[in-house]
Design a protein around this ligand. Structure first.
Ligand SMILES: NC(=O)C1=CN([C@@H]2O[C@H](COP(=O)(O)OP(=O)(O)OC[C@H]3O[C@@H](n4cnc5c(N)ncnc54)[C@H](OP(=O)(O)O)[C@@H]3O)[C@@H](O)[C@H]2O)[C@@H](O)CC1
Ligand SMILES: [K+]
Length: 532
C-alpha cells in the first residue's frame, strides 16, 4: 500500500541517497539544495516571526548540510536579517553556499582561534565579511580549523564565535546531516552548548546534529533543537527516541523525492488518524457477538487480581463482541464488568475464542499459559507471560503471535541490558521479531511494532508520558487482543491499539495524572476522536 493513507513514512539514509541520485540526474545541478534551503528559510522565518533585523547564526559544518544552512542564511539576509555564519571547518565549507551568503550581505567567522582575523568579521560590527573567496582557506596556517574539528581538540574555540552565538535569536544547526557518524565532535559540542545556553531558538537542518539518522541512537552529545526541517523524507531517527526528543517539532520539506522513493522499502511508518480510522473494526448488520470475535483473557492471580480487571477493561473497548476471562480473579472481574464471561479452569476448556491474551499479572501460572500458546488462534503474550513462555513453543506457532514487552522485558528476552534496548529500540524490536518469529510491540516513549518477516516497522505517534502509570500495559494488551479477535492482523492490531491507548491517555489526562482505569475508560473517547 502506498502513501495513500496519509501514513507518515521514514527511509534510511541509503534509500534517501539512492532516490536523491536518481532525482539529481533529472533536475538542474544544485536544484535540490535550493529547494531544501528555500523550505528551511521559510521555516526559520515563521519561527522568528519578524525576519527583518533578526540576529541569525548559522553553525556550518563541512558538508552539504552546511551548504543548506548557508543558502537559507542568504535568503534570510536578503530579507533583512543579520546573518553570521560560524564555520567549523573553514577549509571544507560549501563554496557556493558561502558565496551566496556573502553576496547577500551575511558575515562569516571561523569557529577556531586565528580564523576571526582572517574572516575580517569579528563578532561585533555590522559590516560584511570578506575573507577572500568561498572555501579557499586562503592564508591560513594549514587549516587549523579543520585540524581542530577533526582531531577533537577544543582548546581554541574563538571567543568571537561564542559571542555571536550567545547573542543570536535563532541558531541554524547545519553542522552535519545524513553524512554524520557518532555524536558531536568537541568543537561543535562547545558551540552547541553555547547556543543551548543562550536561549536562542535552534533549528536543525535535516537532522539534529549528533543523532543517528537510521536508528535513533544518540551516542554522544547532540543538538537539542526546537524544530527540525528535514528534506525529502523523514529519517527513522526523527521518529524514534532518544533521537526524536532532540528534533523538536519536525517539518518535512518536499524536494520532489517521492516518486524516486517509491522504488525503496520504507523503514518506518507511523499511522495517522485516517489510517487508524480505516482499520477500526466496525460491526455490520449481520454481526452478532461471535462474528465480532470473542477474546479470551488469561491474566491475574490471587496476588494481582487488578491486572485481570484492567486487561478485561481494555478488551471490552477493543471491538470484540465478547470477552471471556479465564483465571482466578473471576469475582473481581465480574464485580466490575458483569458483561464478561468467566471461567476458572484450563483455557483449552473455556470455549471458543478468536484470540487469546495471556500474561498480565499471571504470576507463575505456566500451565494456563501453555494452553494458550498451543491454541491455533492469534495470541498476545505480555508481562509475566513473556517471562514464563517457552521460547521454542512461540517460534513453533503457526497462528499469529504478538509479544508486547517493555524495555526491561525485551532486554530479558534478548539477553542484553535494559539500557541497551532503550538506546537502540529499532534494532531491539527487529531482532526480537526475527528471533521469536512473532510480531513484537516494544512499549516505551516511542512504541514500535515489528513484524517477523521484516518490512516497515510501525512507530506509534500518540505516545505520552502520562502512560507511564501502573497497569496501563494491562489495558493495552486487552485492547490489542480484542482487535486481534475482531480480525485485525497482529501488526495492525498492535499499532491500532497503541494509537488508541496513547490517545485515550491524552484525552483522559488533559494535563493531570491519570490511572490505568481512566485510560481504559477513555478508549471510547479516543475511538470517537478517530472516527470523527
Ligand atoms: N539527500 C538529499 O536528498 C539532499 C541532501 N541535502 C543535504 O545534504 C546533507 C548531506 O550532506 P553530506 O553528504 O555532504 O553530509 P553532511 O551530513 O553534511 O556531513 C558531511 C561531513 O560531516 C562530517 N561529520 C561526520 N560526522 C560528524 C559529526 N558527528 N560531527 C561533525 N561532523 C561530522 C564528515 O566529515 P569528516 O570530517 O568526517 O570528513 C562528513 O563528510 C543532508 O543532510 C541535507 O542537509 C540537501 O541539500 C538536498 C537534498
Ligand atoms: K544538522
Amino acid at each position: 500500500m502506498r502513501e495513500t493513507w496519509g501514513m507518515r513514512t521514514a527511509y534510511c539514509v541509503e534509500s534517501v541517497r539512492g532516490a536523491e541520485r536518481a532525482l539529481m540526474a533529472r533536475v538542474p545541478e544544485g536544484a535540490l539544495m535550493q529547494r531544501a534551503a528555500a523550505g528551511l528559510a521559510v521555516a526559520c522565518g515563521q519561527l522568528l516571526g519578524r525576519v527583518y533585523g533578526a540576529r541569525v547564526v548559522l553553525l556550518v559544518g563541512s558538508g552539504d548540510n552546511g551548504g543548506d544552512a548557508l543558502y537559507a542564511g542568504a535568503r534570510l539576509a536578503r530579507r533583512g536579517a543579520g546573518v553570521t555564519a560560524v564555520l567549523l571547518d573553514p577549509g571544507r565549507v560549501h563554496g557556493g553556499g558561502l558565496a551566496a551568503l556573502r553576496g547577500a550581505g551575511g558575515r562569516v567567522v571561523d569557529a577556531v582561534v586565528g580564523g576571526e582575523g582572517r574572516s575580517g568579521a569579528g563578532a561585533g560590527g555590522g559590516g560584511d565579511a570578506d575573507s577572500g573567496g568561498a572555501g579557499s582557506g586562503s592564508g591560513r596556517g594549514a587549516g587549523s580549523g579543520a585540524a581542530g574539528f577533526g582531531s577533537g581538540s577544543v582548546g581554541d574555540v574563538a571567543e568571537g564565535a561564542l559571542a555571536v552565538v550567545g547573542r543570536a535569536q535563532l541558531v541554524v544547526d547545519g553542522i552535519v546531516g545524513i553524512g554524520g557518524t557518532g555524536g558531536l565532535r568537541p568543537l561543535a559540542g562547545r558551540l552547541v552548548r553555547a547556543a543551548q545556553e543562550s536561549g536562542a531558538l535552534i533549528v536543525s537542518v535535516d537532522l539534529p546534529s549528533g543523532v543517528d539518522a537510521d536508528t535513533g541512537q544518540v551516542r554522544g552529545d547532540a543538538v537539542r533543537a526546537d524544530a527540525t526541517v528535514t528534506f525529502g523524507a523523514y529519517k527513522p531517527g526523527l521518529l524514534i527516541d532518544p533521537a526524536r526528543e532532540h528534533a523538536g517539532a519536525v517539518r518535512l520539506v518536499d524536494i520532489g523525492l517521492d516518486a524516486e522513493l517509491a522504488a525503496y522499502d520504507r523503514d518506518l511508518e507511523a499511522l495517522q488518524y485516517v489510517d487508524v480510522d480505516r482499520l477500526l473494526p466496525v460491526p455490520t448488520a449481520e454481526s452478532d457477538k461471535y462474528r465480532r470475535g470473542v477474546v479470551g483473557i488469561v491474566a491475574g492471580s490471587a496476588r494481582y487480581p487488578g491486572a485481570a480487571v484492567l486487561a478485561v477493561a481494555g478488551a471490552l473497548r477493543g471491538g470484540a463482541g465478547a470477552v471471556r476471562y479465564v483465571g482466578p480473579a473471576a469475582d473481581a472481574v465480574i464485580a466490575r464488568f458483569p458483561e464478561a464471561l468467566v471461567f476458572d479452569g484450563p483455557p483449552a476448556k473455556a470455549g471458543r475464542v478468536q484470540a487469546w491474551v495471556a500474561g498480565p499479572g499471571l504470576g507463575d501460572d505456566a500451565a494456563r499459559l501453555r494452553d494458550v500458546v498451543d491454541a491455533e488462534v492469534p495470541v498476545l503474550i505480555d508481562a509475566d507471560g513473556l517471562r514464563l513462555v517457552d521460547h521454542a513453543a512461540v517460534r513453533a506457532r503457526t497462528a499469529p503471535t504478538l509479544l508486547t514487552p517493555h524495555a526491561g522485558e525485551a532486554a530479558a528476552l534478548l539477553g542484553v541490558s535494559r539500557a541497551e534496548v532503550e538506546a537502540a529500540r529499532l534494532d531491539a524490536v527487529r531482532e526480537l521479531a526475527a528471533r521469536y518469529g512473532a510480531t513484537v510491540l516494544l512499549k516505551g516513549s516511542t512504541t514500535l511494532i515489528a513484524a517477523p518477516g521484516g518490512g516497515a516497522v510501525r512507530v506509534n505517534p500518540t505516545g505520552t508520558s502520562w502512560l507511564a502509570t501502573a497497569g496501563s500495559g494491562d489495558v493495552l494488551s486487552g485492547l490489542a487482543g480484542s482487535l486481534l479477535a475482531a480480525g485485525l492482523g497482529a501488526r495492525d492490531a498492535g499499532s491500532v491499539a497503541a494509537f488508541l491507548h496513547g490517545l485515550a491517555a491524552r484525552l483522559a489526562a488533559e494535563g493531570a495524572p491519570v490511572g490505568a482505569q481512566d485510560v481504559a475508560d477513555a478508549v471510547p473517547l479516543a475511538w470517537r476522536d478517530v472516527r470523527g
